[in-house]
Design a protein around this ligand. Structure first.
Ligand code: NAD
Length: 342
């Protein structure tokens, strides 16, 4: 598949993107605008001046999508709806703020109904690898997760269960009401224009910031939660937005959760080493207590390769180089008193 506007979706169709003031949906908005879509409505509860990546030429609305009437307003006239709005963050956030995470179910419930009432033809939902059975992820070298591993269900408390329940809502809107819904289970996503400080950041951004700080302040040290042995995969955001487009325009994937993640595993220590190499510095590691999440998590990409003939493939080093450079600039800008993303 190439990256031109798909034959089925017309460039003048109204696309609604929820969560567009944040990281991934901000990139998705830019992706569709660059691809030639002329009518995009971007929605987020943040005030528009605080959006991470405002995209010129796009209608921007600041609305709390946990409120039904706001969802109706957001979805008016929508042909396609992409729901990426959620109260979320890295391990430090989702392990401590389960109520906030679970309240995102309100967004799912009201956005699905509003999209259905508006007659939307396609609805995308951003699920997560946190929906998978945690018992299968106890060891750093656990086998890669395949789509059927979500059941029997034992998702991560709070955030993971909310995603699993939202997936089911999407599936029932197809089964009972005939709205085409699409569900991708993202494995950790990273890249520029994401949260890099403040408590919601994920490990790739956190490591970039910590290494930049250590260099700037000359501490020579970096703190790492746990013993560094946990294993993860990280998907660069450009792969993520391409994947969302492909999945949402593939009728073989209606109401079928599918992995969208990198299959390039790295340990926490390995990621720290990579960031040190990019920064050209070697730091003393202080392993400290902190929220850890599952032991190991990897994406089995058999299904996405079979159905789409494609999988996320941007190498971790390439993506981390771009991410590091962007966070370094953010750090410099913040020191200079300029406005930054987090
Ligand atoms: P993000 O926090 O940068 O963006 C989410 C946006 O949703 C924020 O701008 C927030 O203001 C908005 N939002 C929250 N509650 C809202 C509400 N009630 N009404 C309107 N807007 C609201 O997060 P992200 O990393 O871009 O994640 C996007 C989606 O992808 C989320 O659903 C998330 O759960 C999912 N996901 C992300 C990752 C990842 O690694 N980033 C991994 C798995 C799943």
């Amino acid at each position: 598949m190439n990256d031109t506007v798909s034959t089925e979706s017309h460039p003048d169709d109204l696309i609604v993107i929820a969560g567009a003031g944040g990281f991934i949906a901000g990139h998705l908005t830019k992706y569709f605008r660059d691809k030639g879509h002329t009518r995009i409505r971007a929605v987020d509860k943040r005030p528009v001046p605080e959006w991470y990546q405002p995209v010129p030429g796009v209608e921007c609305l600041s609305l709390d999508l946990s409120v039904p009437q706001n969802c109706e307003r957001a979805c008016e006239g929508a042909v396609e709806v992409y729901n990426l709005a959620a109260d979320m963050g890295g391990m430090g956030f989702i392990e401590h703020f389960r109520v906030e995470c679970m309240r995102s179910i309100l967004i799912t419930v009201h956005m699905l109904e509003a999209a259905y009432q508006a007659g939307a033809r396609r609805y995308f939902f951003s699920s997560s690898a946190c929906a998978y059975n945690t018992q299968l992820q106890l060891d750093p070298d656990s086998r890669a997760l395949k789509e059927s591993d979500a059941y029997p269900a034992m998702a991560e408390r709070g955030y993971g269960w909310e995603k699993l329940y939202s997936e089911m809502f999407c599936q029932e809107y197809w089964a009972e009401r005939g709205m085409k819904t699409f569900i991708a289970r993202f494995h950790a996503v990273y890249g520029p224009f994401g949260t890099w400080d403040g408590g919601r950041e994920k490990v790739p951004a956190a490591f970039c910031r910590k290494v930049i700080e250590a260099k700037d302040l000359g501490t020579g040290r970096i703190e790492i939660w746990g013993d560094g042995s946990r294993q993860r995969t990280f998907m660069y955001v450009d792969d993520c937005v391409r994947g969302i487009d492909r999945i949402t325009h593939c009728d073989d994937l209606i109401a079928t959760p599918i992995n969208l993640g990198s299959a390039e595993p790295v340990t926490v220590d390995g990621l720290a080493t990579l960031v040190e190499e990019i920064a050209d510095v070697k730091l003393q590691r202080d392993y400290i207590e902190g929220p850890l999440g599952v032991g190991g998590r990897d994406s089995d990409n058999t299904m996405i390769k079979r159905v789409l003939g494609w999988e996320p493939s941007i190498p971790l080093r390439e993506g981390m180089e771009k991410t590091y450079a962007w966070i370094e600039q953010q750090y410099v800008d913040r020191k200079a008193g300029k406005r930054t993303v987090s």
